[in-house]
Design a protein around this ligand. Structure first.
Ligand code: SAM
Length: 292
């Protein structure tokens, strides 16, 4: 389907956004998401943090800090964060409207300005953002571009505490939400229900370190990194930034999180002397534009 004018393009994207947001009027479309389970309480979280104090004692002792201090979270806020991920059971994305607006806006810019290349998200969970990226190609006429959908489809990998202790602690805590495990068949089905599963949607199942370096991606115009950890962010930047066209955008969803993501971004930008300004999308996400 080609949506020619702006009004129709944004009406179409609004429908897709209701779908990936799990809106009631798209329940039939969104029924691929998993079933709701019991809420996680602050007491559960206090127990998990106490458990993390034991598991990571060897790394915490020299720092004289608790797991909660290193992870930058206390039980009540942790319960809120985990429930947000866990209970929005019909949602196909955790991203809120501000983050989704940002994807649509930058997709439009690169299409309108003919910045060459495909779109990718590394860390897709149930695929909602990549469905929106594919829909944006339809809405704005991004002919000939692919959308790459990269995820383990096995949840978050276990970080090495010696590389990033915060990530390792968060990984331990995220067991409460099944490590955000999704599966490829469900994500494919979610694309299909929206009528957007076609040859321009390319799946890269597996760990980023294995799938991204040799992925047959020639050029990218929009890359969105949402893998949470230091290693996941660094692996994606190492493999993909060299393939980003000048004028293309990198969105980093997790820059403001208390994980190793920001460190990976800051190191990469320092090593590669990237001084393009970081623009904040919200308290968590940032993006920058690769200079021409
Ligand atoms: C926060 S979720 C992504 C949220 C998603 N972008 C959305 O719109 O809701 C993080 C995802 O990254 C994936 N992930 C993290 N590190 C990874 C790695 N190194 N290799 C493959 N997948 C990874 C996890 O499986 C998970 O699905």
């Amino acid at each position: 389907m080609l949506v020619a004018d702006d009004e129709r393009a944004y009406a179409y994207l609004a429908m897709i956004r209701r779908y990936i947001g799990g809106a009631a009027d798209t329940n039939d479309l969104a029924q691929t998401a998993s079933a709701q389970t019991a809420p996680i309480t602050a007491d559960d979280c206090a127990e998990r943090l106490a458990d993390a104090d034991q598991v990571f004692a060897e790394w915490l002792a020299p720092l004289h800090r608790t797991a909660a201090e290193v992870a930058g979270i206390e039980p009540a806020r942790m319960a809120d964060a985990l429930n947000h991920m866990h209970h929005e059971s019909r949602r196909l994305t955790m991203c809120d409207d501000v983050l989704l607006d940002n994807v649509v806006e930058l997709a439009r810019v690169v299409i309108d300005e003919r910045v060459p290349g495909d779109f990718i998200e590394t860390g897709v969970w149930r695929g909602g953002v990549t469905i929106l990226m594919r829909a944006a190609l339809t809405a704005f006429g991004g002919f000939g571009r692919n959308v790459w959908v990269a995820d383990s489809f096995a949840g978050l990998p276990a970080p090495n505490p010696a590389t990033d202790l915060r990530d390792a602690i968060w990984h331990h805590l995220m067991r409460a939400v099944g490590l955000l495990r999704s599966d490829l068949a469900t994500v494919r089905e979610a694309f299909a229900r929206a009528g957007l599963l076609d040859r321009r949607v390319r799946f890269l199942p597996g760990w980023f370190a294995d799938t991204l370096p040799d992925a047959p991606i020639e050029r990218l115009a929009l890359m969105r990194l949402d893998g949470d950890w230091y290693d996941s962010t660094r692996d994606a930047l190492d493999a993909l930034y060299p393939r980003l066209s000048p004028g293309g955008f990198v969105i980093v969803d997790d820059y403001g999180l208390p994980t190793g993501c920001a460190r990976a971004v800051d190191e990469y930008r320092a090593v590669h002397r990237i001084d393009a300004p970081l623009t904040r999308v919200n308290t968590q996400a940032v993006y920058w534009r690769k200079p021409w």
